[in-house]
Each structure stands twice: as C-alpha cells, then as structure tokens.
Design a protein around this ligand. Structure first.
Ligand SMILES: [Mg+2]
Length: 287
C-alpha cells in the first residue's frame, strides 16, 4: 500500500487545520513505551546487562527528557549508543557499547526510518548492525503490544477533540506505526474525530503535514499540538502555529488549550506573544 498517497487524499472540509501528535501528547504512552518497552529491549538486544543502570539513565535522558524527546526510534537508538559510549561514567565498560556503524550509515542515507525501510535495506546486504536494530525494534513492538493495552487519553483530550472536530480538519501525526495508533484511538472512541492517522510508514511529521495539503489553509489557521521539539519543527517547516503539551504537565496543558489556546486559534489571536511564551517555556523544561 502506498501510504503517502493516502495522505494526499486528505480532504479540506473546514477553514482550520489541526495536527495532533499521539504519544505523550494525546496519550500518556511516552513513559511506558520507553521505560517498559524500548529501554528493556535495548539492554537485552545490545547486551548491556552489566551496565543496565547507566544504559537506562542515558536511554531515558535522550528519549524523554532532552531536546531529542520524541525522536524517531532508530535515531534515538543511535544517539543513546553514542551518548552511552561517551558517558563520563562509562570507564572500562566502554567496550561493552557497540559502535553500530551500519546503523549510523543507514540513518545518514535513508529518509524514511521505519521497520519496512530497514527490512528492505537488510534484504540488500544483511548488515548485522541493521539486523540487530531490526530485532530490537521488533522486540520493542511486541513489548508495546503487551504493555500498552487499553490506554486512556489524557484528561481533557476527548472533550477537546469533540470541539476541535466541529471547526477543524484534524490529522493525527505520529512516528508510531499506523496499526498501533488505530487501535489506541479506536478503542477510546476518538478515531471518528480525526480525518486520518499518519504514522511512521508515511514519513516524517513534516512530510505528513505537507502531503496532507496543509498549504491549502491560511497560515493563521494551521496548528500543531505536540510534546516534542520535532513536533514544533514540523509545524514551523509548514508555516503552522504550535501549542506545546508540556511533558509532566500534560493535563494542565490540555485545560489551557481548551480554555484559552483553542478559542484564540479560532479568533486568530494565537500567534505572537501567546505562542512565543508557551514555546519558550516548553524549550526551557527540556535539557
Ligand atoms: Mg509525542
């Protein structure tokens, strides 16, 4: 299936466009996915058991609490390996941390970082670094399936989506796979509020916004909600406004959006100081 073509069928039915990130923005999944899924699979598949506490610290820092929060999983993997390798406390254990050169060069030349694109590359020349990354990713997906059953969206999300979908064309833009997203949004009865779900298979968030035809909407009528700098970047690459769902203050952020952000957006009073203050606070809490 050509997923990107599917995005081109996104229909303009309203004056306003809103893209919503899923993990850590609509759903409280970031912590669970990293702490119970990606990180344990990282320790297992990269045989980091002897330095598990340090590996965990580095993993969580890169993927949850730094400016790289929300980064694509494979890029996050390469970054975690690099930071772990160079960590001030690694000492004689440095040799335990693989360089994963094959992964690095794939990340440099590829532009779609998904299981499918990784698999295509492995089929070409079976690089062991890529096989390992694939196995880690596969194991992570299995853990995600086991650990994230019946998640609930943050308080305020359902109510917000009800309002949003009346006035705006809504797109979910996420770097998780479409089938996981469809399950999460579907079982919470919020799938009907969005016109389409764009996931990992459809490219980057920036591409999601561009391909869905965001340029058809006036720039003051385009908005992205997200919890990571990559979401902010995707919005700005597409001339859209950005409302941050603050890591650790997600429910307050949704309340703020319901009470002030969304009315301002509809009244075209969102850009300028209101947006700037929120974006500044957002970047200040990530180290
Ligand atoms: Mg997110």
């Amino acid at each position: 299936m050509d997923y990107q073509n599917q995005l081109r069928e996104f229909n303009q039915t309203k004056e306003f466009f809103i893209a919503i990130d899923s993990d850590g923005c609509a759903f409280d999944t970031m912590e669970i996915k990293h702490k119970k899924c990606f990180c344990p699979a990282f320790i297992e598949h990269y045989r980091l058991h002897d330095i598990a506490p340090l590996a965990t610290e580095v993993w969580n820092h890169v993927n949850l609490y730094s400016k790289d929060r929300g980064i694509n999983r494979f890029k996050g993997l390469a970054l975690a390996l690099k930071q772990l390798h160079n960590h001030k406390d690694i000492g004689k254990n440095q040799s335990l941390v693989p360089h994963a050169e094959g992964l690095k060069s794939w990340l440099e030349k590829e532009n779609k970082f998904s299981m499918a694109s990784l698999e295509r590359e492995i089929n070409k020349h079976g690089d062991p670094d890529l096989v390992r990354a694939y196995q880690w990713s596969f194991a992570s997906n299995r853990l995600i399936k086991e650990n994230t059953q019946h998640l609930r969206p943050y308080e305020g999300v359902k109510q917000a989506l009800n309002l949003l979908s009346e006035k705006c064309d809504c797109l979910v833009s996420s770097s998780t796979s479409v089938d996981i997203l469809t399950t999460e949004w579907g079982e919470n009865g919020i799938l009907a509020h969005v016109q389409m779900i764009a996931g990992q298979e459809m490219g980057s968030k920036s591409e999601h916004l561009a391909l869905s035809g965001i340029s058809r909407y006036e720039s003051a009528k385009r908005l992205m909600l997200g919890d990571a700098p990559g979401d902010y970047q995707a919005a700005k690459n597409n001339g859209a406004l950005f409302f941050p769902i603050m890591p650790g203050k997600e429910e307050e952020s949704w309340q703020e959006f319901l009470q002030e952000g969304f009315p301002r957006f509809l009244e075209l009073r969102f850009s300028g100081e209101y947006e700037e203050v929120r974006v500044k606070d957002f970047f200040n809490i990530l180290t």
